[in-house]
Every structure is written in C-alpha cells, then in structure tokens.
Design a protein around this ligand. Structure first.
Ligand SMILES: Cc1cc2nc3c(=O)[nH]c(=O)nc-3n(C[C@H](O)[C@H](O)[C@H](O)COP(=O)(O)OP(=O)(O)OC[C@H]3O[C@@H](n4cnc5c(N)ncnc54)[C@H](O)[C@@H]3O)c2cc1C
Length: 385
C-alpha cells in the first residue's frame, strides 16, 4: 500500500532495513540464545544517525515525529524486536524530557542521546504496581537542594545499560497517584543500583532488570515538570509511545509473513509447493490483510500525533491493542505454515512468536487498554447526550 512517506521517511526506512538485514539478521539468533545486549548494533545505529530521528533538531536531532520513530522500530522489529526494544526504550526514556523537560535539562541530556552516546529508560512499574501504576511505593523525599529516592522498580527495559533514567516516585504519599513526580536519575548516582536481570520468553536481546534506590539523592534540577505531575507525564508519554509498540508488532508480523511465504513456496508436499494449497493460501492472505490493516492504523495514528491531534489516548490504545493482537495471530499462523520446523529454534518464526507475546503485555496490557477505549467511548456518548 502507498503510504505517501516523505523523502526523509523513505530514506530512514530504507537505511534501517539495510542495517537490519546486514548487521542484525546474521546475529539475531545468537543474541536471542545468549540473551546478550546488542551493544555493537546500538553503536552502529548511533553511527548511522538513527538515534537522532526522535530528538528535536535544536538538540542535535533530526526532529522526526512519531511516524519517523515508528518506521525505525518497524524495520528493526521485522528482523529482531529484541534489538528494536533497546532502541525504542531509549526513545521512551527521553520522551518525558522532550515533552516536559526544562531548557537546561534538554540541553544537558538530549544531545548525548541524539548521538547515541547514552541510552535511556523509563521506570514506573513496581512489584505491586503493574497495571495499577498508581499503587507505586517508591518515594522521593524532599531534602535541602533535592530529593532522596527509595524503592525498587521492576521489569525496566534497558536497565543497567542506559545512562539516563526517567523515574516516577511519590513526592507526596498522602495524595497517592496525584502525589507522584518524574525525575531524571543518572546511572552512576550513589544509592542507585541494579537488581535481578530477568530471564525472558522473548525479546531476549533486550535487558530487563530492577532499579534499586537506597537513599539515592538527586538534585532538584532533576525534577521533570513540577511536583505532582508524575502520572500526567506518564500518561502523556504512553500516548506518544504506544504507536511505537504498534510498529514493533507490525514489524514482527511482517517478518513472520515474509518467512511464511518464502517457506510455503519451497516446501513440497504431495508433489507441489504447499503455497498451492487453498488452506495455506487462505492463511497467508489473512495474515497479509491483518499486517496491512495494523500498519495502516499505526501510521494513521502516528500522523495524527505528529499533526498535533488533540487527544491521542484512545487512538494510541487502539493501535497498541490491534497491532499486538495481529502480531500474535500472524506469528502463530506462521509457525503453523512451517509445520514441525516452525517449532524448532533453527527457524525464525519460533522466535517471532515468542517475541510477539510481549506486545500484548507491556505499556498497558490489552485488557486494560480495552477498558481505556471503552471508557473513552462512554465519555464521548455522555457528552453527546
Ligand atoms: C519485558 C518487559 C519489559 C518491560 N519494560 C518496562 C519498562 O521499561 N518500564 C516500566 O515501567 N515497565 C515495564 N514493564 C512492565 C509492564 O508495563 C507491566 O508488566 C504491565 O503493565 C503489566 O503489569 P503486571 O505485569 O504487573 O501485570 P498485572 O497488572 O498484575 O496484570 C495481570 C493480569 O491482570 C489483568 N488486569 C490487571 N488489571 C486489570 C484491569 N483493571 N482490567 C482488566 N484486566 C486487568 C492484566 O491485563 C493481566 O492479564 C515491562 C514488562 C516486561 C514483561
């Protein structure tokens, strides 16, 4: 389908596809097997200016919008969504700064991200606060000249590898979620360490770890926005970033579809390639329809965000839910097209199916996001009545 991408967007897409095929494809199985953070690839993406894509021009970026970012994530995910997450988590970790950071904060942190010198991460989740993010217990106590952070964040992408962390903590416990604030915490800050590294089902090239804060002092200039804005910032960041999960899901599904078509053309059963069988043709056609529909929705919502559309909460949730469900269905069908070989680690669709699952879970589970969409529908109807 023709998506009328700008020249810059077409170039970004082409360049990332080339990098993915030349640099990531040969090592993706090994990265997955060894659960190894892809530093070499991150450095290569940095040298190719890919981290500049989502950073404003004023801070050494290319000033690309949500769609540009989605194109990068999609192309990386088509080959390896674990690698894509290492990149995407950095954009997630800098989004609060881009949206709400002071001029000094932006000058201090964004150029280093743009040139790929530093990766970033975003931390809200805790052991007792997943979907119910408002239940966080990490505190940031005001002290002379700054804040003292105590608590543990769980399941944080890029933890241990990133240099810059956006951390949500309670500055006023009595106010619950309304008493949360967002802070920048640098990696080498005393009192900040990393806990358990998770062993995951998929996206195994990415790092997922705990952040541990024990009397960790951060200066007051590290507060993003104002005290009490922590969850407003979190929700806004997710509104912007969920199309990126949609793009990750589209990329995974596209990779699986291509692998399935290739295999179906080559595999001979009953004297013919299995692609000649109506059962396989129907599967492939349905997969292709779903991938294209997910891509169209992802690009459309990303464009709405880029054009300053009023509220993207509902649309961002729709993209994430739809595209991730598509990724799960399409990768499962791709395994089916491969038959027994699809179940083997020697073939890529097995990894793609494992990788697809996370897109239904993180940045708001699909159950919770369906509730969000239903709530918006109710609100809209109430306004019309
Ligand atoms: C690999 C990985 C990377 C991650 N990266 C990050 C990161 O970088 N930063 C970060 O802050 N977090 C991160 N997370 C956390 C992720 O966002 C949470 O895991 C997710 O929000 C779900 O929370 P939970 O795991 O506590 O599940 P729970 O909230 O315990 O949910 C369990 C089940 O109950 C359902 N459920 C819960 N509440 C409701 C409800 N109200 N209505 C309907 N169903 C409901 C859920 O849909 C789910 O099926 C990551 C997680 C993983 C696994």
């Amino acid at each position: 389908m023709e998506y009328f991408l700008t020249e810059q967007q077409q170039e970004i897409k082409k360049l990332v596809r080339t990098i993915a095929e030349e640099k990531i494809l040969p090592v993706r199985a090994e990265l997955d097997e060894k659960e190894e953070f892809p530093w070499e690839i991150m450095k290569y993406l940095a040298a190719s200016d890919i981290f500049r894509v989502f950073i404003p021009e004023k801070y050494e970026g290319l000033g690309g919008g949500c769609l540009d970012l989605c194109l990068v994530i999609e192309e990386l995910s088509r080959v390896c969504s674990g690698v894509a997450l290492c990149y995407a988590a950095t954009s997630l970790g800098t989004e609060a700064l881009i949206l709400y950071g002071s001029e000094e904060q932006k000058q201090k942190y964004l150029p280093d991200v743009a040139v790929g010198k530093k990766l970033a991460a975003f931390a809200v989740t805790e052991a007792t606060a997943g979907s119910d993010a408002g239940a966080i217990k990490t505190t940031a106590r005001r002290e002379k000249g700054g804040y003292v952070i105590n608590g543990t964040k769980q399941f944080i992408s890029n933890a241990g590898e990133a240099e810059i962390y956006t951390v949500i903590a309670l500055t006023d416990k009595a106010r619950g979620a309304r008493g949360a604030s967002a802070f920048i915490v640098e990696k080498d800050t005393p009192g900040f360490s990393f806990g358990r590294k998770e062993k995951k089902m998929g996206i195994r090239a990415s790092a997922t770890r705990e952040l541990v804060f024990e009397d960790c002092f951060v200066p007051e200039e590290n507060l993003i926005g104002r005290e009490g804005m922590g969850f407003i910032i979190t929700l806004k960041v997710f509104d912007q970033s969920r199309p990126g999960i949609g793009a990750q899901a589209v990329g995974i599904a596209q990779g699986a579809l291509e692998a399935a078509v290739d295999y179906a053309r080559q595999r001979i059963q009953f004297g013919h390639p299995i692609i000649a069988l109506p059962a396989i043709q129907i599967k492939l056609a349905d997969m292709a329809i779903q991938v294209e529909a997910a891509r169209a929705l992802t690009y459309a919502v990303a464009r709405t965000i880029d054009s300053g559309g009023k509220s993207s909460t509902e649309e961002s949730a729709m993209v994430k839910v739809f595209a991730s469900d598509v990724a799960m269905k399409v990768t499962t069908e791709a395994v089916q097209v491969f038959g027994g070989l699809g179940y083997m680690r020697d073939y890529p669709v097995e990894k793609m199916m494992r990788d697809a699952k996370i897109t239904q879970i993180y940045e708001g589970t699909n159950e919770v996001l369906r509730e969000t969409i239903a709530l918006e529908l109710r609100k809209r109807k109430a306004r019309q009545d």
